[in-house]
Ligand binder design. Structure first.
Ligand SMILES: Nc1ncnc2c1ncn2[C@@H]1O[C@H](COP(=O)(O)OP(=O)(O)OP(=O)(O)O)[C@@H](O)[C@H]1O
Ligand SMILES: [Mg+2]
Length: 251
């Protein structure tokens, strides 16, 4: 069994309870999870099992009801909303399940937003970097369109480009390929492999078993609880192998 060499993300007994209409619902139930720098995890599980909630507590978007979320040494659950937004801008790129693009901005301007918010890249370089990111997801020729003028799969790829815009060490993808055909999904997986090869850490929610099997570790969420399955990836590339966590010797 492999263990992360350097813990980057640690969830200790994290629970998230929603109370709706007087009834309490447990979306995450005392979850423990440790993710090392440079890991590529697939997060799988049935609809409603808690996958998005898990990503949202790591991103500091949702605050756990109980437990601790420690990301790169920061106790994320202690940050207030403004602190969390600033911290997230430096630390995490999020591909939202429903994209959350701003409808009045062009694709290029959507990708530039995190750069402006986080102050990454020189102001005069941002338009070029945004277009390069759109090029990486195959949308170089669409940069000036509005989201409403593009397909669902194209909007999803813009959301991926935007998640890379702040050059964050952690990328959280909530079904980032859910609207893509298998060829486009495979191309995005190649991009994620490259990012992991250059030191990024990726947590990717997916319903696609084949894509999950391309990662090294599958975390299954079921009724708010996680089970963790390290495994050999179905296809390996030198980049993926180079980023593999080092097994620690047993006692
Ligand atoms: N704001 C909320 N208020 C009440 N319940 C919520 C809220 N957000 C999520 N839940 C519930 O928490 C559970 C987990 O939701 P979550 O969105 O994490 O599921 P998921 O695994 O991402 O599902 P899917 O695969 O459909 O996206 C669900 O049963 C959902 O109804
Ligand atoms: Mg979800």
């Amino acid at each position: 069994m492999t263990r992360p060499a350097v813990p980057l993300i640690e969830l200790n007994a994290v629970s998230k309870t929603y109370s709706t209409g007087g009834a309490a619902f447990t979306a995450l139930d005392a979850v423990d999870l440790t993710v090392g720098a440079g890991e590529f995890l697939a997060v799988v599980g049935p609809s409603g099992s808690g996958k998005s909630t898990l990503l949202n507590v790591v991103a500091g978007i949702d605050r756990p009801t109980d437990g601790r979320v420690i990301v790169d040494g920061v106790e994320v659950q202690t940050l207030d909303e403004n602190e969390a937004a600033r911290w997230r801008g430096r630390t995490v790129g999020v591909v939202f399940q429903f994209f959350q693009l701003l409808p009045t901005l062009s694709l290029a301007d959507n990708v530039m937003l995190p750069m402006d918010f986080c102050g990454v890249h020189r102001r005069k370089d941002r338009p070029r970097v945004a277009r390069e990111l759109l090029d990486r997801v195959g949308l170089a020729d669409q940069a000036d369109k509005l989201p409403s003028e593009t397909s669902g799969g194209q909007q999803q790829r813009v959301a991926i480009a935007r998640a890379l815009a702040n050059d964050a060490p952690i990328i959280l993808g909530d079904e980032p390929t859910g609207n893509l055909d298998s060829e486009a999904a495979a191309a995005m997986m190649d991009l994620f492999d490259d990012l992991v090869g250059s030191g990024r850490t990726i947590l990717m929610v997916t319903h696609d078993r084949d894509l999950a099997l391309r990662t090294r570790r599958i975390v299954e969420v079921r009724d708010g609880a996680v089970t963790d399955t390290p495994h050999a990836p179905a296809t390996t590339s030198p980049a993926v192998n180079a980023a593999a966590p080092t097994p620690t010797a047993g006692p």
